[in-house]
Design a protein around this ligand. Structure first.
Ligand code: SAH
Length: 349
């Protein structure tokens, strides 16, 4: 059977220990050299794999990445960059790289689209297309790492310091492939697990499974509401995995990993920014010893919600702080290029 996107001709879509298919007729260390180029010191162009013979480079040709770079948008004086990658079967994959003086953070997609339909999220509004392959996730990381080293961003380290699964899709609904991507990124690529954050809207089985994996990755839980009535309206998945179950799975994660879980809360005017919600959220955060991350809503094409006012955000933050909860407000990079939280919905482009 012909594969959907000619996997066997694209190195990132081949398992890292099966790369000898690209080095046939060459000594076995060639496959290891290729693996290092893909996972340890990634490059933007196969011609930069200087220690590989031309015959091997030719076999890879223009198919180094499992996607074409269709568009690139830049904001924040060159320190936010959004890539629109086009996969072999035509689906769009978006990733956003954010540079800071002391870190460089990449936000990757784990699915093309999303089936979970959170009301305020652009990806959810455009529906689900398919899961991304492990190699398609790893290739987003490799591309950004190569970009930082070979092109660079102003006033930003030349290596990727942080990775967040907060782009399109629900990573824990694509568990097997996300797990394999983590294995390649951490165990083969050498990235520190503690620099990786998986964000979930509360896929409880995935949260429980992740707690039993060998890596100390961070878990972020997108809560947005502190009672089931409101949460089920904003996050339909809450009807399947209600708050108490999500909280229990988050507590289990903290207990097993001793990694502080973070709670994400997208702030919507008149919806979830009242002090009643703050009080209930504080109780959950206290029990979990979680850190709360407030995200001012970014407008999306089809949502009716609007962003909380700075005054409302301040009051909400002050209330949480006064109740002893650690809170930060997320800075919204890339708003003007639709690269901010919840705005990635590449199918529309
Ligand atoms: N499915 C995962 C990861 C992707 S979303 C999850 O839900 O956690 C990453 C974060 O952006 C989540 O906290 C999500 O709730 C938030 N988000 C989604 N839409 C948003 C919007 N329009 N404005 C601000 N944040 C949004």
């Amino acid at each position: 059977m012909t594969s959907r996107y000619f996997e066997d001709a694209v190195p990132y879509l081949v398992a890292p220990d099966e790369l000898s298919s690209f080095t046939a007729g060459e000594p076995s260390y060639r496959a290891e050299q290729l693996r290092d180029w893909l996972y340890r010191t990634p490059v933007l162009d196969v011609e930069q794999m200087t220690n590989l013979p031309a015959s091997v480079r030719e076999r890879i040709g223009p198919n180094l990445f499992p996607f074409a770079v269709e568009a690139e948008q830049v904001a924040d004086s060159g320190r936010t960059r959004k890539w629109l990658f086009r996969a072999g079967d035509g689906v769009a994959i978006e990733a956003v790289l954010m540079g800071y003086p002391e870190r460089a953070t990449l936000c990757v997609s784990s699915q093309a689209g999303c089936a979970l339909a959170c009301t305020f999220c652009a990806t959810g509004q455009f529906g689900f297309q398919r899961h991304l392959e492990a190699g398609e996730i790893v290739a987003q990381v490799a591309y950004a790492r190569a970009f930082l080293r070979q092109v660079g961003m102003p006033n930003t380290p030349d290596r990727l310091t942080n990775l967040v699964f907060m782009g399109m899709g629900e990573p824990l609904a694509n568990y097997r492939r996300v797990r394999e991507a983590l294995r390649r990124i951490i165990d083969i690529g050498g990235m520190s697990a503690r620099a990786v954050t998986v964000s979930t809207v509360g896929v409880v089985p995935g949260m429980l499974a992740l707690a039993d994996e060998p890596w100390q990755v961070n878990l972020a839980v997108s809560l947005h509401a502190a009672d089931d009535e409101l949460r089920s309206r904003l996050v339909p998945l809450n009807r399947r995995y209600p708050l108490a179950e999500v909280e229990r799975a988050a507590a289990n994660y903290f207990a097993k990993k001793r990694r502080r879980v973070s709670i994400e809360w997208t702030m919507m005017a008149g919806v979830n920014d009242d002090l009643g919600q703050a009080d209930k959220l504080a109780q959950i955060a206290q029990r979990l010893r979680a850190h709360v991350n407030l995200i001012p809503l970014n407008p999306t094409p089809m949502s009716s919600e609007t962003a909380s006012s700075p005054t409302a955000i301040r009051a909400f933050l002050d209330r949480l702080t006064s109740l002893g909860v650690k809170v930060t407000v997320r800075d919204t990079r890339g708003k003007d290029i639709d690269a901010a939280c919840g705005q990635l919905a590449a199918s529309r482009l």
